[in-house]
Design a protein around this ligand. Structure first.
Ligand code: CA
Length: 230
């Protein structure tokens, strides 16, 4: 296992899997490759990788089915989806199913490694641990725990980072571009669709606090304090 921990690569094309293994190993990651979805799911459960690099197009159990099954039991492991270039539909589908980010084929080694480090950072402890309570929502930044009405809410690393960014500045409108840059660590034309998909996922999980996550038309999002609460 490398110094940065073990990454599970799920890729059925040996040439691409070899490239990913080489790039990631050079970067100090341990790498375990699986070529089909069922074996990958087993490996994810067994090996508990620090992150999963997942090809969307796999034979048999495809990347999306794998992602759905994985997210049903594990919200925490960051998932970087690999899709064909110009395949926005599948990209958004993957993000909607809980992938944290994506790279498109063909990718540069630098891009793959940068995106992987960015998703790993989202799961890292914050520099200034604190607990924020806004209405029914409580976010414990030291423990990375979120609850609504004292019920634990299981979030992916990206959903957590997005929520933390908004909740720590309640009442303030934050632009999509800023969210993309601060949470995902990059800016990209059209990349703000990524933000919208994750906000939709987040709302679906927030129950009684969902209404507090407001869309600011033409700009971005805002986490409101409920009325009557200081
Ligand atoms: Ca493939």
């Amino acid at each position: 296992v490398g110094t940065h921990g073990l990454v599970l690569v799920v890729e059925d094309e040996p040439r691409i899997a070899d490239l990913q293994r080489m790039y990631l190993a050079r970067e100090g990651f341990g790498v375990h490759v699986e070529t089909d979805g069922a074996a990958a799911l087993d490996a994810a459960r067994r090996l508990r990788p620090v992150a999963i690099v997942l090809d969307a197009g796999l034979p048999a159990l495809d990347g999306f089915e794998l992602l759905k099954t994985l997210r049903a039991e594990d919200d925490w492991t960051p998932v970087l989806l690999v899709t064909a270039r110009d395949d926005e539909e599948n990209r958004l589908r993957g993000l909607g199913l809980g992938a944290d980010d994506y790279v498109t084929k063909p990718f540069s080694p630098r891009e793959l490694v940068a995106r992987l480090h960015a998703v790993l950072r989202r799961g890292a402890p914050p520099s200034s641990p604190r607990t924020v309570t806004v209405g029914p929502l409580r976010l414990d930044a030291a423990a990375h725990l979120v609850s609504v009405d004292d019920q634990h809410v299981a979030l992916t690393p990206t959903e957590y980072a997005l929520l933390a960014h908004l909740v720590q500045r309640p009442g303030e409108a934050v632009s999509r571009d800023e969210l993309l840059s601060r949470v995902w660590g990059y800016t990209a034309a059209g990349g703000t669709r990524t933000v919208d998909v994750h906000v939709a996922q987040l709302r679906a999980k927030l129950g009684a606090a969902a209404d507090l996550l407001r869309t600011v038309r033409g700009h971005g999002y805002r986490f409101d304090r409920p009325e009557g609460v200081a």
